[in-house]
Design a protein around this ligand. Sequence first.
Ligand code: MRU
Length: 456
Amino acid sequence: MANEEENTPRSGVENIPRTIWWGVDEASGNPAVYLIDQTRLPLQGDVLMCSVAEGVCTAIRSLAVRGAPALGVAAALALALWTENEAGEIDNNEDYVASLAGVAQAVIETRPTAVNLQWGAERIVRIATDNIDLDLNDLKDLVVQEALNMQAEDERRNRQMGEHGAALLPDEARILTHCNAGSLATAYFGTALGVVFTAHEQGKIAHVWVDETRPVNQGGRLTTWELRMAGIPSALIADSMAGFVMSKGWVDAVIVGADRIAANGDTANKIGTYALAVLAKHHGIPFYVVAPTSTVDLTINSGEEIVIEERDPREMMGFTVSGAFEPDSADANRAFDLLTKDGAYDMKLTKGHQMVIDRKGGGYAFDAWFRITPPDVQVFNPAFDVTPGELITAIITERGVIEPDPDYESILALMMMRTGGLHELRMEGLDFTSADIRRESDIPVSEKPAEGPSEN
Ligand code: MRU
């Protein structure tokens, strides 16, 4: 008789590795932060080990770790790492908290658009400030524990959003998604893709269209990889093909993540999201944003105030390709051994192409950049754009589905009114239910948010 386990359909998401985790550096015995190097996925599954906070900052800048919720967790773990490995000389609480705030500011400045980075760093500084009277070692332990709590919370929130979002989808749903808002963009499970994984587990997903997401190809490299690992049917399209598949009636819903949501619902997400929202509106297709409340920034009134990161023009001017190889002859092996005896060998190729070869395990790895444009082309490379709230059908949060009824400003303002604060951190104990809100403001709200104790 097949047991329960065998009969339960497996979403397959468990095949996806964790994005970032707290561990120990075997060599030193000191704590370390480990993360999957997403710049080399899906061809290379390299794990980076960071033993100082600056290591995590470098990983954030280079997109080795990316995606708003993952950045929030990375910020917290970077401060925990600094606390454990770099704050040993500090012998009093005031200096410890002041220095922690300084490191937090450095972490926040690694990338400007995703508010989760600021949220994660500020939450750690806040808990240290609120408990400054503790014994210094207890205070440091509290900071490390808070970072680990935030990692666990992130996964729980993603699964809650998965449930709320899946409930909105029809059977045999055909989804279109942009960038990677999957498990790799969070501590685990994913936001927009978390909805797809949950709906797949419920047997509701027929197909997923994946926007390539130029220029860094988070869709083409990471989302296709996650969907494949989870056993979900999907097809890759160039960003410019989204309108075509919508016009054919092959899309039932567009589901994306978010990097910052303003008080009026205007939402920043990967460049190209705005165009998708306009297309979805034109074709009458629901456009869902899936994001934890930590991505809601009530300190800004509209998308106009969102700082849009501009990235290295080389992302547009060429392709980065990474790989590993084992020389197929002793001579070749000797040659590469010679080339890399003093470290990575930077091979200057013609036409501005570049290749760096280094030793890796028993073989070699290469990172190459191949130019496709004329050398002096002018490039504009904004990494995000803003979708006006009025183009968003609903915002799916861990606390429930928020619909612009009558508009996001009112609903999000309600949050503000109830919290008395302007940022998610001040939502302790908030568990807004439609009944409460009706009572508060007589504004009808469509969906009953998550029950049970608030996460914060
Ligand atoms: O530049 P990236 O890869 O960090 O951009 C990521 C996105 O835009 C995601 O859609 C967003 O952060 C949500 S991740 C759950």
